[in-house]
Design a protein around this ligand. Structure first.
Ligand code: ADP
Ligand code: ASP
Ligand code: MG
Length: 478
């Protein structure tokens, strides 16, 4: 935020100097460029915001109302389409007839186009590409990470075309772009790709040349070999963050709720919008399950100290949440409670561990071998407990660990995470959390507090997850 204000201040100073020197040509030029540098926005609309013709019209009206801020628009696939593409590919890999699924995907997009008064054939070339990929899967009789990223790319490749055509029909010249055609080149880490270091420069260069409102695919990129990659499920938020960072812009994440809230409003009826939240708090919440924001979204903004906003496309006048480096002090010690489900808890016990140096290194090298990231960790002298969120390679990891210690894996667990910078200076928060949980007969299997002291996380059985979040929300927000 500070940098943002400095930029404004710096431009204002130049403008004043030029105004004094009455060099009007230069003055006009600087005015034009300052305008662009200061207030450009990247607006990302998620699946539910582009779920049907009415929603897409709503999105285009929001974009139209913001033309002065030179919007670059990022969109997700139409709601439910990414799941459907994955499901179709998996069925095809098993040799099943998928003509019904293919027809449903086609019909969904054609219906939207028809209702918008646009040519339904607009998405047909992209659909043809999808059919070819499905044919390949039929022949292969299996899928792999690379082809699954290609499969998932088709949703966004269709939605950008629809949104751009709708906006153009409203009188705003617009064009749909695949992110890789405007510079999004990534590592070949399928399903978890990262932009290459020069990606920001490439994006800046490509977008600055455009004379239309660009509608860019979220979620996807290409590696240097030309294969399609994805940034991970929910990754359109990250695409917007990357483009926002590249353009020194404000990133706006437009979704289906009024910003980042004190809890998931689907779980807690009385959840409230948080006006302002810090980068650190937002990161913790996103990482521990607040789906409203992909955990990596704010990385580029943190590096450049640019604000990120979370807004509601169903209620565009609501001010939502602003995420900044340092949030203003609030009277609430706790900002929010997040919950991440389907967690696997791995307990590793070894009596030999006592004083044995190098033991933890050996344990972690097993996770390293499978590129498995660990969410939470707690140690005692004879045991280490840690959690992972995906079951891929879990059996192999267990086997490898069996060689060095006794291992037990518990699945179907949940992490509950209480977040707030105010916790640093307020004693007794842990006491309040665990008393409230205990009173409700929910048993805790592991506890962890990060070194930053802005979160307290604990593991419980998945069946108690919603109740735990509701109990804690009541304890801290009434
Ligand atoms: P989009 O399609 O816009 O990307 P998502 O479904 O990915 O939207 O994220 C929005 C959803 O995140 C909300 O509908 C809400 O149920 C969920 N959510 C979870 N935790 C929170 C939270 N703390 N604040 C707001 N929304 C949350
Ligand atoms: N369409 C992708 C998904 O469903 C990316 C996103 O929506 O952010 O995960
Ligand atoms: Mg999302």
């Amino acid at each position: 935020m500070l940098l943002y204000y400095h930029k404004v201040l710096y431009k204002v100073q130049i403008l004043m100097f030029l105004a004094k020197s009455s060099n009007h040509k230069v003055f006009k030029y600087v005015l034009k460029t300052s305008y662009r540098v200061i207030i450009m926005i990247v607006m990302k609309f998620g699946g539910s915001s582009v779920g049907d013709a009415e929603r897409i019209t709503g999105v285009c009206n929001i974009v139209k109302s913001k033309l002065a801020e030179k919007p670059v628009v990022v969109v997700s696939a139409v709601k439910g389409i990414t799941d459907k593409l994955i499901d179709t590919a998996k069925k095809a890999a098993l040799g099943n007839d998928v003509s019904k699924e293919l027809a449903e995907i086609k019909e969904k997009h054609h219906k939207i186009l028809n209702e918008l008064g646009l040519d339904e054939k607009l998405v047909d070339p992209v659909l043809e590409g999808f059919y070819k990929t499905i044919d390949k899967i039929f022949v292969m009789k299996t899928t792999n990470a690379e082809i699954m990223d290609e499969v998932q790319s088709f949703g966004e490749r269709m939605s950008v075309k629809i949104v751009a055509a709708c906006l153009s029909k409203m009188g705003v010249p617009s064009e749909g772009f695949n992110a890789y055609d405007v510079g999004m080149i990534t590592t070949p880490d399928y399903s978890n790709a990262e932009p290459l270091p020069d990606t920001e420069e490439r994006i800046k260069h490509a977008i600055s040349k455009l004379k239309v409102v660009p509608i860019v695919t979220g979620f996807i990129g290409k590696d240097s070999a030309g294969n399609i990659t994805t940034l991970g499920r929910g990754g359109s938020d990250y695409t917007a963050g990357i483009i926002g960072g590249a353009l020194d812009a404000v990133t706006e994440i437009w979704t289906d709720v009024n910003g980042v809230m004190t809890s998931d409003p689907r779980v807690v009826k009385g959840a409230k919008t948080i006006d302002q939240i810090s980068f650190d708090e937002a990161s913790e919440l996103a990482y521990f399950g607040a789906k409203v924001l992909h955990p990596k979204t704010i990385w580029p903004a943190v590096r450049k100290n640019l604000p990120v906003k979370v807004l509601n496309s169903f209620e565009p006048d609501h001010k939502g949440t602003t995420i900044v480096r340092e949030s203003t002090k609030s009277k609430e010690v706790i900002k929010a409670i997040a919950c991440k489900k389907n967690i696997h808890l791995i307990n590793i016990t070894s009596t030999r561990m006592l004083l044995a140096h190098g033991f933890l290194a050996r344990v972690f090298s097993v996770f390293e071998d499978y590129k498995k990231s660990v969410d939470m960790i707690a140690t005692s002298e004879v045991s280490v407990s840690l959690t992972v969120d995906k079951d891929s390679d879990l059996d192999k990891i267990k086997n490898d660990l069996d060689g060095i210690a006794e291992v037990k894996v518990g699945s179907g667990k949940s992490i509950v995470c209480v977040v707030g910078e105010g916790m640093k200076n307020t004693p007794g928060i842990a006491g309040r959390i665990f008393t409230a949980i205990g009173k409700n007969h929910i048993s805790i299997e592991m506890i962890s507090q990060g070194a930053s002291e802005i979160n307290i996380s604990f593991i419980i059985d998945g069946k108690d997850a919603d109740k735990a979040v509701q109990v804690l929300h009541k304890e801290f927000f009434g």
